[in-house]
Design a protein around this ligand. Structure first.
Ligand code: GRF
Length: 222
């Protein structure tokens, strides 16, 4: 256990929020060194908002007419109020402006469902199947202004099976996301992971290549 206070975390979502839920549960159970201060969605209909509230975590989203300003203005005002130490994008589908990303550089993480740098962008599972790849996975990375291009910290690797559908493959990858994302947040919270001179460092060493956790023989999720 670390003596420092848990990392004050804001989570940004757009949809069901299963990664968010995995992070909130791990944090609330004190399995990871994070304190979820707020969940923010750019969609009022995001199912994850209710899941957050059920777990006792404040959740915010704004209807277009409810407040003045753009989503980013409301987001920045809320972050200014809450003062999180780190921000986790978890199924957050909006591209943030370089100004926002730069402001939180080294403090903002994302999870992307591919073995980056392969398959940036959308529909990764379908593209992996179409390409006939035998391996796939997910990547937790620091966010930089270029989309899905920030330094990767930890990846999960899964097998692509001959009978895989897009949904089956997505579910296999998602179960590993719920393992690796809380872990990276814990590394940040304990101070094992830091951002220094424009790069991630883990345990005092610059991460030149991502750490890869191989789930091909494992059974996760369910
Ligand atoms: C996940 O596959 C994540 O990698 C991607 O969007 C999906 C979000 O799922 N960025 P959920 O909302 O966390 O369930």
């Amino acid at each position: 256990m670390s003596a420092r206070a848990p990392l004050k975390l804001a989570l940004l979502i757009s949809g069901r929020g299963s990664n968010m839920t995995a992070i909130l549960r791990a944090a609330l159970a004190q399995e990871i060194a994070a304190h979820p201060a707020i969940v923010i969605s750019d969609r009022v209909s995001a199912a994850g908002l209710a899941s957050a509230r059920e777990l006792g975590v404040a959740a915010a989203a704004w209807r277009g007419e409810a407040r003045q300003g753009t989503f980013e203005e409301m987001l920045l005002a809320t972050l200014e109020e809450v003062q999180p130490e780190a921000i986790a994008l978890a199924g957050f589908m909006r591209i943030l402006s370089p100004a926002v990303v730069t402001r939180y550089l080294g403090r903002m993480l994302n999870i992307h469902p591919s073995l980056l740098p392969a398959y940036r962008g959308l529909h990764t599972h379908a593209r992996v199947l179409a390409a006939g790849d035998t391996e796939h996975g997910a990547s937790v990375h620091f966010v930089i202004p270029e989309l899905d291009a920030g330094p990767v910290i930890l990846q999960s690797k899964v097998a692509v099976l001959p009978a895989d559908t897009e949904a089956a493959l997505a579910a296999r990858v998602l179960a590993t996301e719920h393992v690796i994302y809380p872990r990276v947040i814990d590394w940040l919270g304990t101070g094992r992971l830091v951002w220094r001179a424009g790069a991630p460092w883990l345990d005092g060493r610059r991460l030149e290549t991502p750490i890869v956790e191989d789930f091909r023989a494992a059974s996760v999720g369910g």
